[in-house]
Design a binder for this molecule. Structure first.
Ligand SMILES: C[S@@+](CC[C@H](N)C(=O)[O-])C[C@H]1O[C@@H](n2cnc3c(N)ncnc32)[C@H](O)[C@@H]1O
Length: 492
């Protein structure tokens, strides 16, 4: 995917947040604002290095995204670099592109440390330095990186500690020693520390098209986008390319904004996260009016606080348990919160965790019940636009679950026994969901995205609705299904 010229956008000084990015033309909802192409720099999380192509970021478990026609699913399909054995590629093309781009500078360093791997922020900054010192990073790219906000003074003052009881500044100091030692750079430690600080302020999470976090990436153009708790844009990373897309329509001259954090949490939590990670106080209209997802924040009510504490306790117990026992704990956590609106956190995120856990336990009816309840009662309130990428990805998972259930029902499999008596037309329901998803994914990810292609290939396999079947919208179909599932008691 080539990058598109940035004629739709312009960097300008804002009155409240240094530079920002502004629309030079009106942008309709669900459109690409800017396609950057390959971001300036990216680094996979250490845990993803075995399972993700280090060039195009396709997962070994999702071969349909791969650029290499011959790839099949599974870890073995990625070939490790013979030099360092640390990074892997889905094809010879990806290996050769990555080698020319940057890996030739870092391969020996990775090899010397193998099987240890440097943290992703260190690898990211080290790559920039190595490219610069080897003449593989232009003056303008280097300058645009150095011009980004670093918040050095704020990092030095910050008392926030990580799980190893190190302040962020202590972490930066440690990382800077690693960068200097392994890259052999002649830059001063101060400069390296400023580069690490810049990386911490300006990176986006590198995600798969289905929004699983897999690393970090930084591009000086999209790094200029300021935060809002009700953003008008989002980032999509697909086959190694980064694009900025509109969520809502953006008028000419309006500022383009992203949410840096989970904007479904209450104002106080958002504020403390933005302050501790990005050093600013958000003045967006949601924060000023104490709103979460457009509605008043949950009250500071003792009964809600007690229920939340109990639910968090059960949720953290679930983390260390086998999946079936975890399912029971998560159900108990949801019960503890049932007197409160389901879109209030933490109910919404616990229900999603319970959905994912039921999927991994293969308790299909329970997964369906949670997934449909979230799609009907929670996600439309959290993300009112149906093409919000989180809603699109969740409907995609739900659609595949419904088709899985359809197959198991046809095979009279015991795992879906509980759903048999519902007497639903699962195929028509799936087609209804698919048709909505096909339109929404075109807006969230783009018609030429790998996810749109995957959805289309899947939907083509479903065929047409049965002749004479009742045509409902996806919303009505999901509401109907939610009512049916609400009446079911599913024993874990
Ligand atoms: C990724 S940078 C965005 C570009 C930045 N404004 C610049 O001039 O380089 C993030 C930093 O921008 C500022 N910022 C972003 N959103 C903001 C907001 N809503 N209110 C105040 N400052 C904001 C903060 O200093 C934050 O640490």
């Amino acid at each position: 995917m080539a990058s598109t010229p940035s004629s739709h956008i312009e960097a300008r000084q804002t009155a409240y947040a240094g530079n920002g990015l502004f629309a030079r033309t009106a942008v309709p909802a669900g459109e690409e604002i800017l396609r950057v192409g390959r971001p300036l720099v990216a680094a996979l999380d250490s845990a993803q290095l075995r399972t993700t192509c280090a060039n195009c970021f396709v997962s070994a478990y999702n071969n349909s995204q791969s650029q290499d026609e011959g790839a099949v699913g599974g870890e073995g399909t990625l070939k490790a670099c013979l030099g360092c054995q640390v990074v892997r590629y889905c094809s010879k093309d990806c290996q050769s592109v990555a080698w020319k781009h940057s890996h030739r500078f870092e391969c020996k360093i990775f090899k010397a440390l193998h099987p240890n791997v440097l943290p992703n922020t260190v690898r990211l900054v080290m790559q920039l330095l190595l490219r610069r010192h080897n003449g593989a990073l232009s003056d303008s790219a280097w300058k645009s990186f150095l011009d980004l906000e670093s918040h050095m003074a704020d990092f030095k003052k910050s008392k926030v500690q990580n799980e190893d009881n190190l302040t962020t500044w202590q972490t930066i100091e440690l990382m800077s020693h690693a960068v200097v030692k392994y890259s052999g750079t002649k830059e001063t430690v101060d400069n390296v520390q400023a580069m690490l600080a810049r990386a911490m302020i300006n990176t986006h999470t590198l995600t798969t098209p289905t929004l699983d976090p897999i690393g970090l990436c930084l591009d000086p153009r999209t790094a200029l986008v300021n935060h809002s708790c009700t953003p008008n844009a989002h980032v999509v990373i697909d086959r190694g390319c980064l694009a900025l897309r509109s969520l809502r329509s953006i008028p000419l001259d309006a500022e383009i904004t992203l949410s840096y954090i989970d904007a479904t949490t209450p104002t106080a939590k958002r504020s403390s996260e933005l302050q501790s990670r990005y050093f600013f106080t958000c003045k967006c209209s949601s924060c000023s009016h104490l709103l979460t997802c457009g509605k008043p924040d949950p009250p500071q009510d003792p009964s809600f606080e007690r229920a939340t504490a109990a639910a968090f306790g059960l949720q953290s117990e679930a983390v260390s348990l086998q999946t079936l026992e975890a399912a029971r704990k998560l159900e108990a956590a949801l019960t503890a919160l049932q007197a409160f609106p389901p879109y209030w956190q933490p109910y919404a995120s616990i229900q999603h965790q319970a959905f994912l856990n039921a999927l991994s336990c293969q308790i299909w009816p329970l997964a369906l019940k949670y997934g449909v309840a979230s799609a009907v009662h929670i996600e439309p309130l959290q993300y009112p636009l149906p093409w919000h990428p989180i809603r699109v990805v969740r409907i995609w998972i739900l659609l595949r679950l419904m088709v899985q259930i359809l197959g198991l029902l046809q095979e009279k499999d015991d795992a879906v026994q509980a759903l048999k008596h519902l007497n639903l037309d699962w195929r028509n329901l799936s087609i209804t969901l698919y048709r909505q998803l096909r339109d929404d994914v075109a807006k969230s990810h783009g018609t030429d995205s790998s996810l749109a292609a995957e959805v289309k290939a899947f939907g083509d396999g479903l065929g047409d609705p049965s002749p004479g079947s009742e045509q409902m919208t996806a919303e009505v179909a999901l509401r109907f299904l939610a009512q049916q599932l609400d009446r079911m008691v599913i024993k874990v």
